[in-house]
Design a protein around this ligand. Structure first.
Ligand code: URA
Length: 464
């Protein structure tokens, strides 16, 4: 047995030595393709060989598609999580106030930049190892890299050092932390294999468990713009993340939040950073603020710094009003080599020079703002990736000038697209051809949005 799996095997059913002849990569793919259950050893063998270069990207892609189509049971999901977790270094838990937050991804989903500094302001230590854009959704690391010179590529030693000296750190995955996820994530992004509960669970949990946190707040997005399109599948993902957390003796607070329309008004890397700074200044869109306070309050509660979740929310709300979140955000940027005056100088961020309005075809209220179409158009403009080696253009994006529940007059701008001069025709064609697919405006007031759909809390923390 590979020694990297020792911890898992001690914590779970004892591993049975698998003396059967090893199957070839193609046979393992076929086994999953045909709906059979893979053993722990088979999963580990496949991932190990992939990391050693003995299994090619195309074979891993086929396996990911087989998992996507056939699913995995609880044991397979736990084995996949464990193998991915121990594909890299796993940090020790050194402080019971270390809590992280992770979202399953959505359009305009940028809460991390608000949640992390607010939780820090209330005493939580926040180790954020975040992901890149996936499909039509943006990624936290891609967004923060809009900030010139910001170093998201810290070594694990630097990461730990920042975590324990400053209590707030944000970085992308390195080869040191869950390298299996880093490589599989990039493949899933371009092979239409993202929306799979076992793959999402293993991807998220392998990175998060490696950080040495006592617990996690999960923001499970549900709706048109999320990977989980309906409440039923969001609940299944919530259950899968919570059970995996419990299996690894970690506390989990999971909330299902609305992603039927974009969160906030900005979509696009630089624009989203500006929107978060606005929220931290006490302005910015209400939906983004409410979801962020809910999640940050959950972190304070899981860290044992508030008696209840609602007490945690009260604490972070006060921190927001006192400007403490803003100050922690700026400090984090400075510690990680970014400009020390970002929060007062938005012009530091790259913003595309042309701003083309989308004009309302009629008077009324929004009944639909389709997030996926907007997210995919951002990718078309270069704000996301089509191939894993693509470079991101942080300057492009979309800002909704009108949002849910706001009165719209015919002919007034409902959004602006920020782009480069050579993209003008592409933008105009998009507006002409996609307007009706994206926006629906009706004369009646739109139904009220419920932002937080469900929350579950499971305490399993045990220092092992
Ligand atoms: N976020 C992740 O880190 N992984 C996924 O698979 C989906 C969202």
């Amino acid at each position: 047995m590979n020694t990297r799996n020792k911890k898992f095997d001690q914590n779970n059913d004892s591993a049975q030595a698998d003396n059967r002849p090893k199957l070839s990569p193609a046979s393992l793919i076929a086994k999953k393709r045909d709906g059979q259950v893979l053993s722990k050893n088979e999963i580990q063998l496949f991932i190990d060989q992939y990391l050693q270069g003995e299994i090619a990207d195309y074979q891993m892609s086929a396996m990911l598609m087989a998992i996507y189509l056939q699913g995995m049971d609880k044991k397979e999901t736990a084995a996949l999580t464990n193998t991915m977790l121990y594909s890299g270094r796993v940090l020790e838990l050194k402080d019971a106030h270390v809590i992280d937050k992770h979202s399953t991804g959505g359009v305009g989903d940028k809460t991390s930049f608000i949640v992390a500094p607010l939780a820090r302001a209330c005493g939580v230590k926040v180790p954020m190892i975040a992901g890149r854009g996936l499909g039509h959704t943006g990624g936290t690391v891609d967004k923060i890299e809009a900030v010139p010179q910001f170093n998201s590529g810290l070594s694990l030693d630097e990461f730990e050092n920042n975590l324990y000296t400053h209590g707030l750190v944000l970085m992308g995955q390195t080869e040191e932390i869950a390298p299996a996820d880093k490589r599989m994530y990039a493949l899933r992004d371009v092979t239409a294999t993202v929306e799979s509960i076992p793959l999402i669970t293993a991807s998220i949990m392998s990175k998060k468990l490696a950080e040495g946190a006592r617990g996690f707040v999960f923001d499970i997005k549900a709706g048109r713009g999320a990977f989980m399109k309906d409440l039923k599948s969001a609940r299944l993902l919530m259950k899968s993340l919570t059970e995996t957390g419990a299996r690894f003796k970690r506390d989990v607070l999971a909330s299902i939040t609305d992603m039927s329309i974009p969160l906030g008004r900005a979509i696009g890397n630089s624009l989203e950073i500006i929107e978060c700074i606005e929220v931290l200044k006490g302005r910015g869109p209400e939906d983004l603020k409410q979801v962020s306070l809910h999640l940050a309050g959950g972190m304070v509660y899981l860290a044992g710094l508030a008696k209840t979740h609602s007490d945690g929310i009260k604490q972070v709300t006060k921190a927001l009003h006192r400007g403490e979140g803003l100050s922690w955000f700026q400090k984090m940027i400075t510690w990680q080599n970014g400009p020390d005056n970002l929060v007062d100088h938005y012009e530091i961020l790259p913003i595309a020079p042309v701003k083309t309005p989308i004009l309302a075809h009629k008077k009324g209220f929004f009944h639909k703002i389709a997030p996926i179409e907007l997210g995919l158009f951002l990718v078309e403009l270069g704000g996301g990736r089509k191939r894993k080696e693509d470079k991101i253009d942080h300057s492009v994006g979309i800002v909704l000038t009108k949002h849910w529940d706001e009165q719209i007059e015919k002919g007034e701008p409902i959004a602006y697209i920020y782009h480069h001069p050579h993209q003008t025709n592409q933008v105009q064609d998009f507006i002409k051809n996609s307007y009706d697919d994206i926006f629906k405006i009706s004369s009646s007031r739109s139904p009220k949005r419920k932002l937080i759909l469900e929350t579950s809390i499971k305490r399993s923390f045990k220092h092992v």
